[in-house]
Design a protein around this ligand. Structure first.
Ligand SMILES: [Zn+2]
Length: 344
């Protein structure tokens, strides 16, 4: 564990995250970023062009195991998230500020989303487990009830930010502003994802939205509504549910509301014309009001990892059936395999 090697690890992670963020969000707001360690084990902080990392962020997973053995997964999660989260604050927080406490999720939630993006984009072939574990941790942070029976999500809408904290909901700000804020951006990415078309730009609508968000907030801090206006500019046709060019339905559900759906999914495979295979899929949504709308992605495994087939739209407490025609027999079909949509 030489200091040089430790520094190299932290620097490699920082460089990789700078590249990921540049692709997805646009040019970095500063020409260079310095990183330095500070002795607190559980805390990082980002300043304009300077990132304080906890000393724990300088040791890789093997070294962590040598030092601590089977340490708890929460700490492991923190160490995985802290460097990419803090580096992303160069964009969210410094490149674009926030208008009021209502809008802090545009900084903390987006930085947290970016930590997940790092685990997906910068880790190499074996990214899936860490990435899925990351979103499961976020889901738990949003929905796990405390000793009073109150989860952060129960405490109130994400938009209330710090005001969600009370003696009965001490983790609500953290769970909502960071984790649910990250989830809101992840869900937009999933809704905007192009299931068909060239394989190298399936995220193009999302990337365009984020570049636009950065560029249009150079001189003015972002608010929930100014972000919503950008999202409305870049939404897909399918997302325009009310055909009025607005995303009221999505923001009312996830930013100004507290509903979280429960899903159950089943499917049957049937032979179809021309040697193809028909997937008859049924999605049931429950524990929401009659107007709650969502699109949930469906995946198939042909023996080489999950491939996204498309999205199933559903409104209210109801069951929706959709048929997908495939060229060959899948080993398995599954809903929401990468935890793109927040569900109970
Ligand atoms: Zn942060």
């Amino acid at each position: 564990m030489s200091p040089t090697a430790m520094t190299k690890y932290a620097l490699d992670q920082t460089r990789a995250q700078m590249q990921v963020c540049t692709i997805f969000f646009g040019k970095a707001p500063y020409d260079s970023v310095y990183i330095t360690e500070q002795p607190n084990f559980n805390f990082g902080q980002s300043w304009p062009s300077l990132v304080y990392l906890p000393i724990s962020a300088y040791i890789d997973s093997t070294q962590r195991w040598m030092l601590f053995g089977q340490i708890n997964t929460k700490f492991n999660g923190f160490v995985q998230e802290v460097t990419p989260h803090e580096v992303a604050h160069q964009w969210f927080g410094h490149g674009v500020g926030w208008a009021s406490y209502h809008d802090l999720w545009l900084s903390e939630g987006f930085a947290e989303f970016s930590a997940g993006l790092f685990l997906q984009q910068a880790v190499g072939k074996k990214w899936e487990k860490d990435y899925i574990d990351f979103w499961e941790r976020q889901r738990v942070r949003i929905l796990e009830k405390n000793n009073f029976g109150v989860s952060p999500n129960d405490a109130g809408p994400l938009w209330l930010g710090l005001r969600l904290n009370s003696p009965r909901s001490a983790q609500a700000y953290q769970g909502d502003t960071y984790s649910k804020g990250a989830y809101v951006l992840l869900m937009l990415r999933s809704l905007m994802y192009a299931d068909h078309g060239p394989a190298d730009n399936r995220d193009q609508a999302f990337i365009d939205m984020m570049h636009d968000f950065m560029e249009s907030h150079h001189d003015s801090p972002a608010s929930t509504e100014s972000f919503k206006a950008i999202a409305e500019k870049h939404m897909t046709k399918q997302m325009d549910l009310q055909q009025n060019g607005r995303l009221d339905w999505f923001f009312n559900e996830w930013v100004y509301g507290t509903q979280v759906p429960r899903y159950s999914f089943k499917y049957e495979l049937q032979p179809a014309d021309g040697g193809k295979v028909k997937v008859h899929a049924e999605l049931k949504q429950s524990e929401v009001d009659d107007h709650f709308a969502m699109f949930v992605p469906v995946f198939a495994d042909f023996g080489n990892g999950m491939v996204r087939l498309g999205q199933m739209g559903v409104i209210g407490n109801s069951t929706r059936a959709v048929d997908f025609i495939l060229d060959r027999q899948p080993k398995k079909v599954a809903l929401n395999s990468y935890k793109d949509i927040l569900e109970r």
